[in-house]
Design a protein around this ligand. Sequence first.
Ligand code: CMC
Length: 428
Amino acid sequence: MSETAKITLQGQSYEFPVVTGTENEKAIDISKLRDQTGYITLDTGFKNTGATASQITFLDGEQGILKYRGYKIEELAEKSSFLEVAYLLIYGDLPTKDGLDKFQKRINKHTVIHEDMKKFFDAFPYTAHPMGQLASLVSSLSAFSPESFNTDASKEDNDLVVIKLLAKMPTIVSWIYKGALGRPFIYPKSKNDYITNFMHMTFGKVTEDVEFDPVVLDALDKLLILHADHEQNCSTSTVRIVGSSGANLYASISAGISALWGPSHGGANQAVIEMLEHIKNDGGDTEKWINKAKDKNDEFRLMGFGHRVYKNFDPRAKIIKKACDNVLEKLGINDPVLEIAKKLEEAALHDPYFVERKLYPNVDFYSGIIYRALGFPTEMFTVLFALGRLPGWIAQWLELRYNQEPIGRPRQVYTGKTERNYVDLDKR
Ligand code: CMC
């Protein structure tokens, strides 16, 4: 007999179906709740609300499990490449060697952005935050790709929009970096793979090919894989909800980029380094800052610690900690903020406040340290997160569109004033 959930309201019982996911996740399907009872559910922050049924990513926060399309993140990070993972997320299966080759070639055909877009880069002041630029530039891609507006587009047409976005994103990200430095833009090279092309446009030379250290390329590739999807988090839910109105892919992903910007989400990697710098400049007393984080009357939180869903450990943090150590050793970096990071990590892992609340270092604690070691300015960190998250956002947007999901429209419990009589302006 199929499982149901019973709700009793004002003495009357109602039954609702229980939905079971392929990993045995359980949900009460309350889609008919309001029709049948007149009630809605209240779940601020959507901590217990499933917004969709998805086949893309599974994560179990209690056990620290993350899988893309059924493949464990540990295995993907060790054995695959970011482009392979992008293909997996978007098309559902790992590519064959030939399939991957074709995917890379199709992407390489579209890496150049329209020359007119250069004017946008010129128009931003040097101080413009890279995330604001990225959101604007990705949205403005729609102006050069009017076919993206078609809500009835065939799968082939949608696929071209997807390829164009995947191809142009590294160019845009690199050029944001170059623009802030006032240095000339470097054009992509069609012989390069995805990561090398990005590094070439960011840290390469116009006149000659630079050989990048494989440890560096590997760390960047891993970081992008680890960030590639994370089911229905704040930015992904934003992409889906914007997409649910029929908005095009570029507009939906631009909205996701804006959502990612906040320090409670993708902005945490920037916030981590800023916090470490601040602690260093304050004298480096980590105990003082741990105590501040524990003090309920103090707003300070340890950036890079804690996670909405991982309440045991963040499996991505485990993988990236190793890559972080490799990069630092290989590049021979001796950065005083790293000492502070180590002390905070050590203290928080043993302090009962953090242990009881299951607050462990998350992926952004280490990703910021790697990006800094590679030479990226702090404000670029969240942009790099967005570069990694792109295939996940795309896969989620496509799933929503092909499943013809209805427009997202949550309800609310109104707690404002009830009816009031209008008082004329001169009598108030
Ligand atoms: N420092 C100190 N105390 C903390 C922290 C922290 N970083 N995070 C949570 N707590 C405490 C919080 O005060 C609360 O204590 P109490 O139970 O005594 O009231 C308890 O732990 C639970 O916190 P919460 O706010 O209910 O947890 P949440 O699941 O709503 O928030 C979070 C998750 C990630 C927003 C939060 O842990 C945080 O602000 N962390 C710092 C920012 C950060 O690193 N964010 C990046 C997350 S990973 C990137 C991504 O996937 O987007």
